[in-house]
Ligand binder design. Structure first.
Ligand SMILES: Nc1nc2c(ncn2[C@@H]2O[C@H](COP(=O)(O)OP(=O)(O)OP(=O)(O)O)[C@@H](O)[C@H]2O)c(=O)[nH]1
Ligand SMILES: [Mg+2]
Length: 198
């Protein structure tokens, strides 16, 4: 098996306009809430972050690269490098916005079309606001579409953000370990940059 420190996972954020993708991206990158967060540069932002894996005795680390868009998804013009080799797609909806939940079927279709091997996670955002989405509805969607997990977070208060990220990474690691396929990519320095290799 590859040394765990060589593990790297690509996570992409998908969801309707305004569900909080960039705010969550910023929260994960900096640990802070910014009211009007923007991705670095004009195109898409990538944040590299190293996380420890808790379930193993040797306490290894993995690196995630989290991708956010600059809103091009509205124009259905996300370039292929956004999806390429994604290990997980976080399908985001706001718990305060039923239409954003209704759009999940579309985002699931997009993810399954462009990154067939990616694990799908549902991510309800803005739990500091009143929830308008019954939990049974979320559960039904998750079961019907065999998603790998579902979480609810607030990028504003930070509630559940670290736990969600940690659990997603642990799941991806366990899956890769089970499959016996290491990723031997050299790790990059933690940070954030504007990115597109198309
Ligand atoms: N109350 C609350 N507001 C939030 C939260 N996350 C984001 N917002 C607000 O929701 C608005 C939209 O957030 P963005 O992060 O820009 O949403 P986005 O999904 O990146 O939107 P596009 O890039 O345009 O598709 C902003 O005003 C944020 O401040 C949250 O957890 N709680
Ligand atoms: Mg955004």
């Amino acid at each position: 098996m590859a040394a765990a420190s060589h593990w790297k996972f690509k996570l992409i954020l998908l969801g309707d306009f305004g569900v909080g993708k960039t705010t969550l991206f910023h929260r994960i990158r900096t640990g802070h809430f910014v009211e009007r967060a923007h991705v670095v540069g004009q195109h898409m932002g990538v944040c590299e972050k190293t996380l420890p894996l808790r379930h193993t005795s040797s306490n290894p680390q993995v690196q995630i690269s989290l991708w956010d868009t600059a809103g091009e998804e509205r124009f259905l013009s996300l370039s292929s490098c956004y999806y390429r080799d994604a290990d997980a797609a976080l399908l985001m909806y706001s718990v305060h916005s039923p239409p954003s939940f209704d759009s999940l079927a579309h985002w699931l279709f997009v993810a399954r079309q462009h990154c067939v091997d990616a694990d799908i996670f549902l991510l309800g955002t803005m739990i500091d606001l009143e929830s308008c989405i019954p939990e049974e509805k979320v559960e039904r969607f998750a079961t019907e579409h065999s998603t790998s997990g579902r979480y609810k977070v607030s990028a504003k208060t930070g509630e559940n953000v670290d736990r969600c990220l940690q659990e997603v990474v642990e799941q991806l690691f366990l899956k890769k370990e089970f499959q016996g396929s290491g990723l031997h990519t050299p790790l990059q320095e933690d940070g954030c940059y504007s990115h597109c290799e198309c």
